[in-house]
Design a protein around this ligand. Structure first.
Ligand code: UDP
Ligand code: MG
Length: 224
């Protein structure tokens, strides 16, 4: 019998102490019903609230948990890169720590991958608990980006997605510093599909992405 496929779940986090335990529990719940092996790869992006220490303790006790600690806060996009670089799954899921990306959507993402797709976006059917200014800016951004960059990134897809190992390897060849992972994963090609989900409100804590940071990400996205 061939060994089971392994899924790495890359989760960049900055001060998400109350969210990480719930995240781990819900991810474990998803895999309790499945045959794949899995690893939750938590990438600490310079947390100061004790969440990194919690993650390290979990990693010592639970073979499904691994931690990468960045030396300071490098930002979400670089934290994703660090996680992809250290992932060894046959497929990698990237998701946020605050449970806005529901772990239960991981199942449908894997099912699509099993059908043979190599990039599967989780596309927001709805967005709960987000300010109108952020939704308005996001909608504007996607329109401008598609026009200027000529990369047809799906509207309403964030960083929540599954990519096959071959896509991770392709992304590793591209080392620009100001990265917009969503644009890059779309640009590299491969067989792409999407799965719809309802974006939840943040479970606990506050956003680490104020509007100014979103604006900077939009700038990096378009210029890179
Ligand atoms: N995050 C990070 N580094 C940062 C900012 C955010 O790793 O400098 C993480 C954060 O902990 C979360 C994800 O990136 O897991 C998305 O951030 P957040 O939920 O604050 O953004 P929003 O959903 O409000 O756009
Ligand atoms: Mg969030």
């Amino acid at each position: 019998m061939s060994s089971p496929k392994k899924i790495t779940i890359v989760v960049p986090f900055l001060n998400e102490k109350e969210n990480l335990p719930v995240l781990l529990e819900r991810v474990a719940g998803v895999f309790a019903e499945r045959t794949e092996d899995w690893e939750l790869l938590l990438v600490d992006d310079g947390s100061t609230d004790g969440s990194a220490e919690w993650a390290v303790a979990q990693a010592q006790a639970n073979r499904h948990v691994r931690v990468v600690r960045l030396s300071r806060n490098f930002g979400h996009q670089l934290a994703i890169t660090a996680g992809l670089d250290r992932s060894d799954g046959d497929a990698v899921v990237v998701m946020d720590a605050d449970l806005q990306d529901p772990p239960e959507t991981i199942g449908p993402l894997i099912d699509k991958w099993r059908e043979g797709y190599e990039v599967i976006y989780a596309v927001r059917r709805s967005r709960a608990g987000e300010t109108w200014s952020k939704k308005f800016l996001a909608a504007g951004f996607y329109r401008v980006f598609r026009r200027l960059a000529k990369v047809n990134i799906p509207m309403d897809a964030g960083d929540f997605r599954l990519v096959d190992r071959c896509v991770v390897d392709a992304l590793r060849e591209m080392r620009e510093l100001h990265r917009f992972m969503r644009g890059l994963t779309c640009w590299v090609g491969f067989r792409q599909a999407s799965v719809a989900y309802d974006r939840a409100a943040r479970f606990a804590g506050e956003t680490k992405y104020p509007v100014w940071k979103s604006a900077r990400l939009a700038f990096d996205a378009i210029t890179s």
